[in-house]
Design a protein around this ligand. Sequence first.
Ligand code: HEC
Ligand code: HEC
Ligand code: HEC
Length: 448
Amino acid sequence: MSRPAHHATDMGRPRPISLVRRLLWTALGLSLLLLLGLLLPVWQGLQREPLPALIGPAALAEPDPQLVERGAYLARAGNCAACHTARGGPAYAGGEAIATPFGRAYGGNLTPDPQHGIGLWSADAFWRALHEGRSRDGRLLNPVFPYDSFTHITREDSDALYAFLRSLPPVAQPSTPQGLRFPFNQQAALAAWQALYFEPGALAPEPARGAEWNRGAYLVRGLGHCAACHATRDPLGGIREGRHFTGGLMAGQGWYAPSLHDPAEAGVGTWDVSNTVALLKTGSTLGAAAEQQATVQGPMAEVVFHSTQHLSEADLRAMAVYLQGLDSGPAPLGPFVHAEPSQLALGEQVYRQHCIDCHGASGEGAPAAYPALAGNRTVTMPSSVNALQAILSGGFAPSTAGNPRPYGMPPYRTILTNAEIAAVGSFIRQSWGNEAGAVSTLDVQRVR
Ligand code: HEC
Ligand code: HEC
Ligand code: HEC
């Protein structure tokens, strides 16, 4: 999570006691006011609503097959399985640990098992969970469940998702208890978080932008919850207005989800819509014009594999149109740190020995097989985290129907030292016209 830079204040100079005391009182008064302002919504948040309407039928009378099918599609679009299905485990019966700066979170059992799943949930209770971040028993849910995005889901789509989940075979598997640290595991803390950062409700439609853009906004900001990774978050994990897609470090996972605004990161404002569609559909645009080439990796490869490759052409187009319409964000950063000549020399040596066969003598890559590193945004964006991840962990673009056998890259974790990876990192960031800051051994250490 990136934080705004704080400038150290000059605390060393002696000040008159009275001024210090006055400042202290002002600070105390302000904190009290803030606390009061928070307490009311917190108290309101802690009130639990009566249960009866939230208890649903143990078995749904006649599941409407069309509704179920629609729900299955929406569950792909919302990638519910990413957090609610464990690798190799039964579908939607509970997921693996999700690392957060506040501890571990677990997506629970969403199958219709009456004891461990949603077998006793009504459609109202299900809608309230998505819309308000509240469990059937009134408990506030932690926002790793991206209900700050899902609150935009329509009631119709919520009902379809509910019908789909209720149609699954029930799995009697208890959900793993949440593993957030104190105080983040407290209901009062979640109520405070909701009061500060969360407002339930649909997205305001913008008719002037057209139906396709509005559909795209719904998918990107709502169901697709792209902000779950691409937002810049406060230290408490909240997203302020306008920061939903400005890029953020995925704490605990060693990846940076780049800005969807900035053309120097993951912005696609200048891309052909068809290329953005291809990226979301196949995970790669290596056949496109040089400045619109990309392959997805790491967490984004999972998103493409489990979610976006399954979406209809029309929905992908709508998402691409919405992404294209995002502004390009603040001006690019100023000057960058040049690498020491000795580091660049070492980097070139490593590159010739280990990388040149695939990525080419001028970083030109190979058509439709190996990405060019010259002009590659993963290489040149201010954050070096993802390029270092690629070198450390290697990887494949996801295998998709449109690109079933992507070429892969071996991991260099055990082959190269941190100093060698930093050197080759600096070398590819400062060669062939690439202009990005040098990479230090410490940078590599952090990602490792
Ligand atoms: C990024 C991870 C993530 C994704 C994606 C996700 N969930 Fe969850 N979900 C969670 C976590 C974590 C919890 C548990 C929160 C808690 O208990 O405080 C949860 C809880 C829930 C609950 C409440 C369960 C209960 O017992 O109270 C429902 C309902 C739910 N999710 C439905 C969905 C649906 C439907 C989707 C897809 C549209 C989805 N989730 C996608 C992480 C996720
Ligand atoms: C689980 C976290 C996560 C989610 C959810 C997510 N992304 Fe990403 N995304 C990433 C990361 C990390 C990268 C950087 C790696 C890469 O370039 O593939 C990325 C990269 C991208 C890129 C640039 C790809 C490239 O190589 O130039 C685009 C475009 C993108 N995401 C769009 C989206 C959209 C649209 C959504 C919502 C449907 C989304 N992402 C949801 C984590 C995520
Ligand atoms: C066997 C061929 C091969 C070798 C050798 C190789 N790479 Fe790669 N590299 C690839 C492929 C294929 C990808 C795309 C993988 C993906 O999409 O996950 C890639 C991706 C990358 C990326 C991320 C680019 C992007 O667009 O996502 C970087 C950075 C990179 N390689 C650097 C290097 C460096 C540095 C070396 C040498 C230490 C190296 N590679 C060696 C094949 C190779």
